[in-house]
Design a protein around this ligand. Structure first.
Ligand code: GAP
Length: 453
């Protein structure tokens, strides 16, 4: 396998330079582990989410959508076990005043000697570990009083369980069926870093699939394979993707079996998505705590049961990082180094750039006409400033799969050149056929050119 040229520093630098991701609150010195998504970051993230919705909703009949509140009734988190159990063990160093996760000391740097881990120098003075709850607390109403404490949700999943009964009534679904949602979650993570890999505010794409208990294992296998296919169909190189079953001591309090989809990031193999068998833990807990019956009743047979739940749970930000890392490449064109994002075309923020070869002779006018026609159908961008080579480089860096160039000949025969980001092949296409040609290419199966490099 050829060596991958990508590093986390290169991704961070390209993300800022090209307007994908900026450190948040930068003019005030930044806020640790908080990021803002720029224009191309928003487009890329939206494409990731749209592909997830497509796979969950459009291509299936057994999943429905939800967008639940971020702030839920506080008893939600008592019942779900998050208030008591969603904790990390924490130690403080009395010498350098920094705080570390007790179970991740080997991944942390000593505050005074960054080449050492906390506890490794004679001066390190670590406290005993104590549990630290990761939920952000806030208050509803103008006065902080008894009963006014609420939490920002640490996972989107609980909003789904709270709505299970509504969905049985309105959606006319019966198990096996799923409820999917995408939204922000919040965790007061102690160990952050690695760019957008682990942040305190992030987006999740979660689906709770409710099944008759005897079918749980079979559906777990189904979702493991569906989700692995989703990542590879979107171009992630299979040799950089793996499924890792959790050991018994790693399982969350609600799970009887979980496998992580892991990606080989520059920081090593790390979790992209967890696919858990949550059993009947959540519905049972919420039924007990609320006094409501959260069960399915088969009207034909009179059978009643609490469904078991299979949950594929992925992070949008982490997905975006994996797609960026997987796509990042460098090559040489006519003796010049080029940086290129070889993103799957359906994920690319911009699908086609429209570029007049020169800024005169009627070319900008015709290019603007072509651009206006294209943008009604696909995300397009017009650029007439600077040398054509530099404009191609800019589009390559944001991963635009195709560039349309309007030249002298275009004014005579209404054809343009269509340049491919990866092969660099250029073909002449009639302006009237451009939309169909590009749409056709967008619909074709795609394989990362980095695989055959
Ligand atoms: N409902 C199950 C659940 O939340 P999780 O493994 O804690 O499971 C699911 O989270 C996914 O959410 C992770 O695989 C990861 O992609 C993303 N995620 C979790 N914590 C994150 C954080 N602090 N920053 C960015 N993404 C995170």
């Amino acid at each position: 396998m050829p060596t991958d040229v990508v590093t986390m520093d290169k991704i961070v630098s390209l993300s800022k330079r090209r307007g994908f991701v900026f450190p948040s609150s930068e003019i005030y010195g930044g806020l640790g582990s908080s990021y803002d998504y720029g224009h191309y970051g928003v487009l890329l993230k939206n494409n990731v989410k749209n592909q997830w919705w497509k796979a969950m909703l459009q291509e299936r009949d057994d999943v429905v959508a939800l967008d639940s509140a971020i702030i839920q009734h506080p008893r939600t988190w008592e019942a779900s076990g998050h208030l008591a159990g969603f904790t990390d063990p924490l130690v403080d160093c009395r010498t350098c005043k920094l705080r570390f996760r007790a179970d991740k000391l080997e991944d942390s740097q000593c505050g005074r000697k960054p080449s050492k881990h906390p506890g490794e120098t004679p001066e390190c003075d670590l406290t005993e570990a104590r549990d630290f709850n990761l939920m952000f607390e806030t208050t509803v109403g103008p006065v902080k009083e008894e009963g006014s404490t609420v939490y920002l949700r640490p996972e989107t999943a609980q909003g789904i369980f709270l709505n299970f009964k509504n969905y049985l009534q309105f959606s006319r679904k019966r198990p096996p069926f799923g409820i999917a949602q995408i939204g922000k979650s919040f965790r007061n993570e102690i160990t952050t870093g690695n760019f957008i890999f682990r942040t305190r505010e992030f987006e999740q794409m979660e689906m709770e699939f409710f099944v008759p208990p005897p079918e749980a294992q079979q559906w777990h296998q189904h979702w493991l394979s569906e989700r692995m296919n989703w990542w590879t169909t979107l171009g992630v190189r299979p040799d950089h993707l793996r499924l890792r079953p959790h050991d018994a001591d790693e399982l969350s309090h609600y799970s009887s079996a979980t496998s992580d989809v892991e990606y080989l990031f520059p920081i090593g193999w790390s979790e992209l998505e967890g696919i858990a068998n949550r059993g009947d833990f959540d519905l049972t807990q919420h039924a007990k705590a609320s006094g409501q019956k959260l069960e399915y009743v088969d009207t034909a047979t009179g059978d009643r049961y609490i469904p078991h739940v299979i949950e594929p749970a992925a992070g949008v930000d982490r997905a975006m990082l994996a797609f960026l890392v997987d796509a990042y490449d460098e090559d040489q064109i006519e003796g010049e180094q080029r940086t290129v994002l070889r993103l799957h075309p359906v994920l690319a923020p911009v699908k086609v750039a429209v570029l007049p070869l020169v800024r005169k002779d009627g070319q900008p006018e015709l290019a603007t006409e072509v651009y206006r026609e294209l943008r009604d159908h696909i995300q397009a961008e017009y650029d007439e400033g600077g040398a054509i080579g530099r404009r191609y480089r800019r589009q390559d860096e944001i991963g635009t799969p195709w560039a349309v160039t309007i030249d002298h000949q275009s004014l005579q025969d209404r054809t343009v050149t269509l340049r491919d980001r990866d092969s660099l092949a250029q073909v002449r296409v009639a302006i009237g056929e451009l939309v169909d040609v590009i749409r056709g290419r967008l619909g074709e199966p795609w394989r990362s050119p980095k695989l055959s490099a």
